[in-house]
Ligand binder design. Structure first.
Ligand SMILES: [Zn+2]
Length: 445
């Protein structure tokens, strides 16, 4: 088709366009086979790793996997040596269109107001293009972006990535989060309350909740996000049930921000698909989550992460650092305690960073991967963490037929990390190969 349109004078442009389009989309029957070799492979669902694997990639999908796979002579070979192949990582809780100052956590209400009052959705989508690329380059090939993206800015970013305008992860988008009056803004004057609708869809009873879900679906949501508590008012059980019913009727899942006894119980009773954060959650709700197969997305951090973040680029004294550690320690202990109880109860876990704050000297992608260290400190094994960030997250996103494991027929979303992440989970922070849909995005081999 391109050839027929080309006159001799435009041939050069057409050829480069053809190359660009095959690079971006990685599709086509005649695309060259790529063979990836490494020392180990973790497929995202099994309990052990495969040694000396070969993965063949044809177009955007995986065509063969195994230790004895024959490499066709025509294949392009990427030999990674002492490295481990894994499925591309999935972050089930991102805010790619939002970046707040991490050095003053008590200022978050003001930060929200500053962003919404001073950054247009278009500007935030451009920020999202930068942060999305940073996620992808760190090995995060899919995200579920859960709001705080202006009015449908996340959908604009998702489409731009799909069209190959910008490089970024696959995205499941939520559009505006549903919330009771006020969203997560804190207290605003009546005049300033006009801004709430730029960031949240206010729910006013069960029928209004249904309408909000329908509007979100129409706006391009692939997931419904609800802020169950966090504002002075709270989303009720009636409203939650209406939201879940309406979303599930359309085949779309529901993510509930809920912290504390009452809110987590409302979310679980209503039958949401995931509860986000749940830093405080009683055992009977954890039990309900197991029975209903509701995922916990523990958006946790280590003490070191919180302290490092709080000082920004400033180098604190030892005494200052010690003081700050004391401030954060009770919160970290609480989140560790609830993750241990959740694991013990058998609650399914999907990894989610909730990284929306600036982290000194790190890209958004690098900062987002720190959440695995928090899981490790709470006692999750490296394999449990990998499953949380691959097959479990894919299931939560409803994409387990396409992503989340290394299997024949799935998208070739593949990363390679140095050494063995089963010995040290921090290996996941140093991806040296990132491939999305058969296209190599990073190759530091
Ligand atoms: Zn969040």
């Amino acid at each position: 088709m391109l050839n027929r349109l080309c006159s001799p004078g435009t041939l050069g442009i057409c050829v480069s366009l053809a190359i660009l389009s095959s690079c971006v989309q990685g599709i086509g029957e005649n695309t060259q086979i790529v063979a990836i070799r490494a020392s180990r492979l973790i497929d995202g669902k099994g309990e052990t790793s495969l040694t000396n694997p070969v993965v063949l990639v044809q177009g955007e999908r995986i065509s063969a996997i195994g230790s004895s796979v024959q490499i066709p002579t025509s294949a392009k070979v990427i030999d990674l040596g002492d490295a481990t192949l894994l499925p591309g990582l999935i972050d089930a809780h991102t805010h790619l269109l939002s970046e707040m100052d991490g050095s003053n956590l008590s200022l978050q209400d003001a930060e929200m107001l500053r962003i919404v009052a001073t950054q247009s959705t278009a500007e935030r989508a451009l920020l999202g293009a930068k942060l999305g690329r940073e996620d992808l380059e760190a090995g995060i090939t899919t995200v579920r972006d859960v709001g705080n993206s202006g009015v449908n800015g996340d959908v604009a970013l998702r489409r731009a990535i799909q069209r190959g305008w910008v490089l970024g992860p696959r995205m499941v988008t939520s559009t505006r989060a549903l919330a009771a009056q006020g969203g997560q803004f804190g207290i605003l004057t009546p005049a300033a309350q006009q801004l709430i609708g730029e960031e949240y869809a206010t729910v006013r009873g069960a029928e209004s909740a249904r309408q909000a879900v329908r509007q979100a679906l129409y706006d391009g949501a692939g997931c419904i996000k609800v802020i169950v508590n966090g504002s002075p008012a709270q989303v009720t059980l009636d409203e939650m049930k209406a939201i879940v019913d309406e979303a599930h009727t359309a085949g779309v899942k529901v993510a509930a921000h809920a912290i504390g006894d009452k809110a987590t119980r409302i979310a679980a009773q209503a039958g949401v698909d995931s509860i986000e954060h749940a830093y405080v959650v009683p055992d009977d709700v954890l039990k309900m989550m197991v029975e209903k197969h509701i995922f916990l997305v523990p958006t946790d951090g280590t003490l070191k992460t919180f302290v490092d973040m709080s000082f920004g680029m400033r180098q604190p004294s030892e005494a200052e650092r010690g003081e700050r550690e004391k401030e954060f320690a009770p919160f970290v202990k609480e989140e560790q305690d609830r993750l241990k109880r959740a694991i013990q109860a058998g609650v399914p876990i999907a990894a989610g960073s909730d990284m929306y704050l600036t982290m000194p000297r790190m890209t958004r992608g690098q900062a987002s991967l720190l959440v695995y260290e928090a899981y490790a400190e709470s006692g999750l094994t490296p394999m449990q963490i990998i499953h949380a960030a691959t097959s479990n997250a894919a299931e939560l996103l409803g994409r387990q037929d396409r992503i989340g494991t290394l299997e024949v027929g799935k998208f070739a979303d593949i990363i390679a990390v140095p050494g063995d992440p089963l010995k040290d989970i921090r290996a996941l922070e140093h991806a040296k190969l990132v491939m999305k849909g058969g296209v190599v995005v990073v190759n530091n081999n």
